[in-house]
Design a protein around this ligand. Structure first.
Ligand code: MLT
Length: 256
């Protein structure tokens, strides 16, 4: 297995930030100064995204989780708080299931433990066909605006262009693999309900991709929940300071 590329910033409690689709480690750029002042932050590129190699074999989120576990072993990172944005959250849950020793706390940011609906599964197939026929540029151009809250389409044009540029840099094979892996992922709600580790759930109140109702799905002494007002699916661009505050507070409390 080829090892993932990553960046590392700051010192203190280790936190791994797993990006969503069609992103890369660059998604976290705006949050890094604040987060790295309080924690040791690792931002890997998931397989087939950013500078990480394309994955082999049948597409699965489990394969992403195995790649993250192998990368953690490779860099000598025994256990960390694993926080995933959207597809990165699907990967964090698979990591908790398959490699529990690697996870000291888990967080889903604009993500969900539920599987795709039948309609969403069909939409994934349509998206794969669109990438194959029209390429990444057209796909990214159509998809990225839907990630942001409607009012940010006019107020955050530079962030939207940045996210499009990150998406365009990903190889189409990596994006098609990701869509197939997300289409096939199982529900993992029980993992959050019975997690033996602290859980963080962060929703964007105006997320049109994954609604707050699909993110804020469990309660309990082990769960910390946060809703970001005026935020769509991209808290790291739409509310970077607030999201960094939520993460730092969670990491600081759960490390006690
Ligand atoms: C993501 O942001 O990772 C994707 O939008 C997640 C998804 O399509 O399920």
């Amino acid at each position: 297995m080829q090892i993932l590329t990553h960046q590392e910033h700051g010192s203190g409690n280790p936190v791994v930030l797993l990006h969503g689709f069609p992103g890369s480690s660059a998604y976290w750029q705006l949050m890094l100064p604040q987060s790295a002042a309080a924690c040791r932050v690792y931002t890997p590129d998931l397989p087939g995204h950013g500078a990480s190699p394309l994955p082999d074999g049948e597409a699965s989120i489990d394969a992403y989780a195995d790649a993250v576990a192998a990368w953690m072993r490779h860099i000598g990172l025994g256990r960390a708080t694993i926080l995933g944005h959207s597809m990165g959250g699907y990967t964090a849950l698979a990591l908790l299931e398959r490699h529990p020793d690697a996870v000291s706390a888990i967080g889903l940011i604009h993500s969900t433990p539920y599987a795709d609906s039948d309609e969403a599964k069909q939409n994934r197939l349509n998206q794969i066909a669109r990438i194959r026929e029209e390429g990444m540029d057209t796909f990214v151009e159509g998809m990225v605006p839907k990630l942001f809250a409607p009012q940010h389409l006019t107020s955050m044009p530079e962030h939207i262009e940045t996210v499009k540029a990150i998406g365009r840099r990903n190889p189409p094979e990596g994006a098609m693999y990701a869509l197939e892996a997300m289409r096939k992922r199982p529900e993992r709600l029980h993992l959050l309900q019975q997690a033996g580790v602290p859980v963080l759930l962060v929703a964007g109140e105006e997320d049109q991709v994954i609604s707050p109702a699909r993110t804020l799905v469990v309660e309990g002494d082990h769960v910390t929940s946060a809703s970001l007002p005026g935020c769509g699916h991209m808290g790291m661009y739409e509310r970077p300071a607030q999201l960094a505050d939520v993460i730092i507070s969670f990491v600081t409390q759960t490390a006690l």
